[in-house]
Every structure is written in C-alpha cells, then in structure tokens.
Design a protein around this ligand. Structure first.
Ligand SMILES: [Zn+2]
Length: 341
C-alpha cells in the first residue's frame, strides 16, 4: 500500500496539555509517527512524499479568518509581553453570541475549543503538510489506487471550520473528503478513532452530499463531551446524513464489530463510491487515553470489515498515542485491509 508521509510533522512538538487540572506533556508527540513508521516498514509498505497542493484544499473547508489566525498566531503571541512559547487560550467566547476580537489573546480563545491545541513555532507548517498528505492520498485513490494511507500528524478530526480542538488544527479527513467531492465523488467518512469526529461532523452537518459516520466512546464520559450523541443526525438538507454510534467505555472487539456492521450498512445505503476513513488507533486496549478495548488482532478484523465495502478508500491517520504496540496496530490494520482487496 502507498503511504504518504512527510517528516515536516516534526516541527510540531506540543509541550502542554491540561489533564484533570494538571499541566502535562501533550500526548500528541512526534514519536507517535516514528512508531507508526516502524509498523509501516515492518508491513513492507511504500512511502511517498506529499506534493504541495497549495492553499486551495484547506480553504475549501476552513474559514479565511481561522487560517490567517493559525498562520500568524505564534508570531503575534511572541510579541506580547512575557508570553509563553506556545499559544494557549485562556478565555472562551460565550455560546450564542460573540464579536470577533482584533487582539491575539481574544482570537486564540475564539479559535480554540479547548486547551489541547498549543500552537508553537512549527505548528502551522506541520499542519499544512499533514493536510497535503491527506490530499495526496485522496489524489492517489482518485487516480485509481484501491487504497492509500496518509500518515498525518497533527491529527485533524476535532478541528471545525473555524476552531482547533483536541490536538487538531486542520481537518485532514474533511479536506480529503471535500477534495474528492469536488471531483464528483460521492464520499462517506467513517471515523473509527476512539473519540467522536466532532470537527468532521460539524463541517458537513448541513450537507446531504457527504455522509459522516462515527463510532466512539460515549461522550457522556469522554472527549469531546458536548457532541457525539446518537440524536445528532444532521440539520437542514443534511438531516439524516450523520450517524453517531456511541459505545460504552471499555467496549471490546466483538461489541465494536457489531456496531461497525450498522455503520457499514448505512454507508452501503448511501451508495458511496469513495470512502475516507478517519483512522484513529486510540480505541486500543492499551492506549494511554483509555476509552475502548480493541486488541491488536481486532484492528485487522475492523479493517477487513471496512474493506468488505469494496470501495476506493483513503485512510487518514487520526489519534493513537504512545503505547508500545502502536506500530503493531497500524500494521495489523493495513494488513487486514489488504487481505480483503
Ligand atoms: Zn482520538
């Protein structure tokens, strides 16, 4: 399988993450990609460097104000007196009404859903190349590859059109899906990350042309908390084109595969001709963020079920943190997928 990967992700190395009131090192570390790459090499896959697709694909999903914020936030923050090395929001707009502030402290609050998205000097560059990687994988599939995998870092599925959140800045999955949609593909997005794909859902929530489906740990007790519930089915023209399948915390392989059958049936009914998978591996039983309990062989079973759709498929890396088995898990998923081609 072709794997699109850029070393430019290394310029994003977030240091801070607020967990239960304690400031810790972010779980979204560059070493994640090293471990995933070890699994890719062990699986015998082919690395491809992403091309520069320009600003168009990200601008098709994100607002101009948000993109300008992300590109300039670090430099503006450094011009503040006694500023930290990373941009971290400490204010949030009220829901329902907010004016758009001119200052960088206000804009950080406006454009960040939580404190999990510290912006450092190299964050923008890494996020841009993660998005290029996702588009490159989409282009490979558009040109006839049956499946391609983008090893994106930072991840993307918690990023909204105008907000960062949960380690995510640019919505790589949504950018790939939108890029394909503009090439007349009928796209379904299937999110198997342990966390609900709230950003992807938000981006396509009022649209009937892209189906969004997410399996995830029940948000009543798990990030992103405020969305990801079964009652969220889309709005306006998009009503009926979003499916959430929240799972009890600790759900293991068999329970997961039962819910996956429901997701795959919905994708078949939608008559998608192309699939984009938001491929988090943090549903793993040993993941530091602990939500579900998928085993390493379980990822192969999940991949086989998804490959059974027989659709051209773009795999976009999302979460999956520093468990020793992270490389084994991506290898298991990709091997399982290829076994059903
Ligand atoms: Zn996740």
């Amino acid at each position: 399988m072709k794997v699109v990967y850029s070393e430019k992700h290394q310029s994003h190395d977030p240091q801070t993450f607020l967990v239960r009131g304690r400031m810790t090192r972010s779980a979204e570390q560059p070493e994640r990609a090293d471990r995933l790459l070890a699994g890719i090499h062990a699986g015998g896959h082919t690395l491809v460097a992403p091309e520069d697709f320009g600003p168009g694909p990200r601008a098709a999903v994100h607002t101009p104000e948000y993109l300008e914020f992300l590109e300039t936030a670090w430099a503006r923050w450094q011009a503040l007196p006694d500023a930290s090395d990373e941009v971290i929001a400490n204010v949030r707009p009220m829901t329902g009404y907010a004016s758009y502030p001119t200052g960088i402290v206000g804009r950080a609050g406006y454009h960040m859903a939580d404190s999990g998205t510290p912006v450092g000097q190299g964050t923008w560059n890494a996020a841009v190349w993660a998005a290029h990687s996702a588009v490159h994988a989409a282009a490979l599939v558009a040109e006839g590859e049956r499946v391609a995998y983008a090893l994106c870092r930072p991840p993307g599925h918690h990023a909204y059109a105008d907000k960062a959140g949960g380690f995510c800045f640019l919505s790589n999955t949504a950018i790939a899906a939108e890029w394909l949609t503009r090439r007349r593909r009928r796209v379904a997005v299937l999110d198997v990350d342990v966390h609900h794909g709230n950003g992807t859902q938000g981006i396509f929530y009022r649209r009937p042309d892209v189906l969004t489906v997410s399996l995830h740990a029940d948000p009543a007790e798990f990030y992103p908390y405020f969305v990801g519930y079964a009652a969220e089915r889309g709005e306006g023209d998009g009503l009926g084109y979003n499916l959430n399948l929240p799972l009890a915390l600790g759900t293991a392989d068999d329970g997961y595969l039962q819910a996956l059958d429901i997701a795959l049936a919905r994708i078949r009914a939608f008559a998608a001709d192309t699939l984009v998978v938001a491929l988090g591996l943090d549903a793993y039983e040993g993941d530091p963020l602990k939500g579900l309990a998928i085993t390493t062989p379980g990822f192969a079973r999940i991949a086989q079920a998804i490959a059974g759709l027989k659709l051209p498929t773009v795999l976009v890396q999302e979460g999956g943190y520093l468990a020793p088995e992270l490389g084994d898990n991506i290898r298991s998923f990709l091997t399982g997928f290829e076994s059903r081609l």
